[in-house]
Design a protein around this ligand. Structure first.
Ligand code: HMG
Ligand code: MG
Length: 298
């Protein structure tokens, strides 16, 4: 009943690092991303072409994209908020353009300085230009379960935004529980709202694990046919513009779950742990995933 194979989209170098206060060097980022390219992933979100004042950690997006060793079977993607960001991303030949907005008015405002209505025309232009340049576009919608400022968000609101974004031409939509509040029956309600309208293979789930519910939510999503999951090595991550948001579900914890459930990912668990150790050393702090804790205890 579960999918045989799923795709893990590694967002650690973007979502993971954007929340780290200690600025790490471009060379260290490149070394880590190059190690991620060796573990069997097919997709890595490597940086963000947002305003460097908003996310100083990722101000070196161009350098990173230029200097990583790209493998032909991996999609290297980055966040792009507007045309200025797109121009920067295209110059360094990004493979996929990832646009983003929020299902909640106040998180959208805090995160990208615009109302939801003001955001659509900006994203529409980015999508059009990106497509014109031959790129695929991934959309993100944040706060799909709840917003740190407004509380719960209705599945209908998420559906409305998904509809607009797919109509504008996105190829895939990642649904973000940005602050990690969701539980499986909420995920079920959300997917029940969306699945009659959107193909399941165009939807990805993006769970932050603030309250330890991410894996439970992933199992529910798997049971409902979802085959694309975002995660970050070491459980790094969080949105600086969402109060209380902590790390993404850890890639190595997700790998353990999927492997034990007999779901293929193509990603090597032990290599993933080695890559986690590399970024742990670079950041100089213990990563909080279950698998890294087990490794340290051994
Ligand atoms: P703004 O200040 O409203 O931008 O920021 P603006 O259009 O008014 O421009 C102001 C100045 O910024 C101008 O320069 C622009 O050129 C410059 P000036 O003329 O004054 O010298 N500028 C830029 N420079 C470089 N790159 C750019 C860019 N754009 C404008 N792309 C903006 C609007 C969207 C840019 C800003 O709010 C921003 O960068 N926000 C980023 C927030 C962010 O990265 N948040 C985290 C990612 S989202 C997330 O984590 C959630 C997710 O993981 C899913 C989930 O968990 O749910 C995806
Ligand atoms: Mg996120």
């Amino acid at each position: 009943r579960l999918p045989k194979k799923v795709t893990i989209k590694e967002v650690g170098p973007r979502d993971g690092l954007q929340n780290e206060k200690k600025i790490i060097s471009t060379a260290e980022k490149i070394a880590w991303i190059d190690s991620l390219s060796e573990i069997g992933l097919s997709y890595i979100e490597v940086s963000s072409f947002v305003h460097p004042k908003w996310i100083p950690q990722l101000a070196d997006a161009e350098e990173v994209l230029k200097k990583i060793k790209r493998k032909h079977d991996i999609t290297y993607a980055a966040l792009v908020p507007n045309l200025k960001g797109l121009e920067r991303a295209l110059k360094v030949n990004i493979d996929e353009v990832n646009i983003f907005m929020s299902a909640s008015e106040s998180h959208n405002r805090n995160n990208i300085n615009k109302s939801i209505e003001e955001t659509y025309p900006v994203l529409e232009e980015v999508i059009k230009e990106a497509k014109g340049a031959g790129k695929t576009v991934r959309g993100y919608v944040s706060t799909v379960i709840a917003c740190p400022y407004e509380g719960s968000i209705s599945p209908e609101q998420v559906k409305k935004i998904a509809d607009r974004l797919f109509t504008m031409g996105i190829d895939e939509l990642s649904l973000g529980d940005t602050i990690g509040v969701g539980v499986p029956n909420q995920v079920e309600r959300l997917l029940e709202e969306l699945l009659p309208y959107f193909a399941v293979d165009k939807l990805a789930m993006h769970f932050h694990d603030t309250r330890g519910t991410a894996l439970a939510n992933i199992v529910k999503s798997l049971e409902m046919g979802v085959t694309i999951f975002d995660s970050a090595i070491g459980g790094l991550g969080g949105c600086p513009y969402a109060k209380g948001a902590s790390g993404n579900v850890a890639t190595e914890d997700l790998l353990y779950l999927l492997q034990q459930m007999g779901v293929e990912t193509g990603v090597d668990f032990h290599e993933a742990l080695r890559s986690a150790q590399l970024i742990e050393n670079i950041l100089g702090k213990e990563l909080k995933s279950r698998q890294m804790e087990i490794l340290r205890a051994e």
